[in-house]
Design a protein around this ligand. Structure first.
Ligand code: NAI
Length: 480
């Protein structure tokens, strides 16, 4: 029986391994982590991450050919294929601070693999890593190998949170990079055989190591660039009276461009886009390509601009101050159908409003108070470390309350910010909400999900990103 082990039971390691276990009943899959609470949660009824369809997959395989454990060394030593899906945070200190990837967790995983291995292994990079990481890992493994043969593969993960299970069941492609030696090709084949259990072979792309590593960074940079492109257009739409949804629709009809990923919003978030672009920027700079680095840096700058612009709209339209005013925040996760808050634009919007002394009442169907308080008090980039190693703020922010219902959040509020496109926010009883709010009552829709005409009819002053402005907002400055 082939044994697979995955180091890192996070958003990537958990779902990917659960799907491998489901699709390959003859493979034994162990997912290991240094975080005891995470492993306990994977072994309980309340899984540590929310992802539609994940519960069913885990329930079908757990205890049969899928195991979650903190006994990292035992499972690594027994495995034929070891996936590494640990955190790759952005460095906050030293060389490359604020841009380069911090490979501390990766390196310690590689050293541990070398220490405990007693048989040949294929080591698979599942985490997103800078180009040429495989070379570094290979060096660590071979210099400590005691005669054991390690083959390194790059197999970046393209799943999107919120649709992870669907994406894993039917991936657009699976990418496997390896050495162009006979041993390297053999390792590629072994991993291809795993995926071929359910992925059509023409969707499994095999490349060299560096192409696979760079393709992942490039794909995320392209995706984020689309969002920044449409968001840049949204600012121009507001200035000119065009409607960004109509522009996106017209532009997306061009088959060379396509309709997906063209929704204007308060900005992109999630653990990957910003981090991967910063990483790409750093690699470009290290390779003497400042023009290329600056090109990609601009994608992040527009994203930051969009969040600042949104906060400025709120403050300026509420008589230039939100001091002491209650603002309801609907949605905190970085997108719907996930409880993930890493790099969510809600953090910057909330911090911006708190900077102007607002009182916030936050509701998200999948994010609890502890997480929100942690996110609002944590320093930039600190989130990307194993849970038990994250610095915790000693006190919570008093001006922030977290409630479990949109109606409680909006009661007596002066304004509402919609920051995540949860379906339930489309069908709220906005008349009831309006009746219980201070007047004038504002809605700032950061996801363009609200029915603007209906809300205006009720009496709300509405700001919708990239849409013709409410007369109230027309003369208010929106620039960052
Ligand atoms: P995560 O933070 O959810 O999971 C990482 C896990 O690794 C944590 O549970 C941590 O405790 C564990 N860990 C760290 N060092 C360890 C060690 N030495 N031994 C055992 N366990 C260790 O992170 P996530 O989101 O799963 O991401 C993992 C990698 O995959 C990152 O490089 C990320 O950029 C990449 N990625 C993430 C995607 C996403 O949608 N979240 C999509 C594609 C790639």
């Amino acid at each position: 029986m082939v044994k697979v082990c995955c180091i890192g039971a996070g958003y990537v390691g958990g779902p990917t391994m659960a799907v491998i276990a489901l699709k390959c009943p003859e493979i034994e899959v162990a997912v290991v982590d240094i975080s005891v609470s995470r492993i306990n949660a994977w072994n309980s009824d309340a899984l540590p991450i929310y992802e539609p369809g994940l519960d069913e997959v885990v329930k079908q395989c757990r205890g049969k050919n899928l195991f979650f454990s903190t006994d990292v060394e035992k499972h690594v030593s027994e495995a034929d294929i070891v996936f590494v899906s640990v955190n790759t945070p952005t460095k906050t200190q030293g060389l490359g601070a604020g841009k380069a990837a911090d490979l501390t967790y990766w390196e310690s995983a590689a050293r541990m693999i070398a220490d405990v291995s007693k048989s040949d292994k294929i080591v698979v990079e599942k985490s997103t890593v800078p180009v040429k990481t495989a070379e570094a890992i290979e060096k660590i493994l071979t210099h400590n190998s005691k005669g054991i043969n390690f083959q390194i593969l790059s197999n970046p993960e393209f799943l999107a949170e919120g649709t992870a299970i669907e994406d894993l069941f039917q991936p657009d492609r699976v990418l496997i990079g390896g050495r162009e030696t006979p041993e390297g090709q053999k390792a590629i084949e072994a991993l291809r055989d795993v995926y071929a259990h359910w992925v059509p072979v023409d969707r499994i792309i095999c490349t060299n190591l560096w192409s696979a590593e760079l393709s992942k960074l490039a794909a995320n940079a392209f995706l984020a660039q689309r969002i920044s492109s449409v968001n840049a257009m949204s600012a121009l739409c507001e200035a000119t009276g065009a409607d960004v949804s109509q522009v996106s629709h017209a532009v997306g009809k061009d088959t060379r461009i396509g309709p997906k990923f063209l929704n204007a919003s308060v900005g992109f978030g999630g653990s990957c886009f910003q981090k991967d672009i910063l990483n790409l920027v750093y690699i470009c700079e290290c390779n003497g390509l400042p023009e290329v680095a600056n090109y990609w840096k601009q994608v992040i700058k527009v994203n930051d601009y969009q969040k600042t612009r949104f906060v400025n709209r709120i403050v300026s339209s509420m008589f230039n101050t939100v001091s002491g005013k209650k603002i309801a925040i609907l949605g905190f996760a970085f997108k719907k159908d996930t409880g993930d808050t890493r790099e969510t634009p809600a953090i910057d919007v909330c911090k911006g409003l708190l900077g102007d002394k607002a009182r916030l009442s936050i509701y998200d169907p999948q994010v609890n108070e502890e997480q929100i308080q942690r996110d609002l008090s944590m320093k930039k980039f600190d989130w990307d470390h194993p849970l038990h190693l994250q610095p915790m703020s000693p006190s919570s922010i008093k001006q922030v309350s977290v409630v479990w219902d949109a109606y409680a959040a909006t009661k007596d509020a002066h304004g509402i910010c919609i920051l995540t496109e949860w379906d339930e926010f489309k069908t709220l009883d906005y008349q009831k909400i309006y009746d219980n709010m201070q007047k004038p009552a504002f809605v700032f829709d950061g996801r363009n999900i609200a029915d603007v005409a209906k809300l205006r009819e009720i009496g709300f002053i509405v700001y919708s990103i990239g849409k013709p402005l409410d007369p109230w907002l027309k003369d208010m400055p929106a620039v960052a």
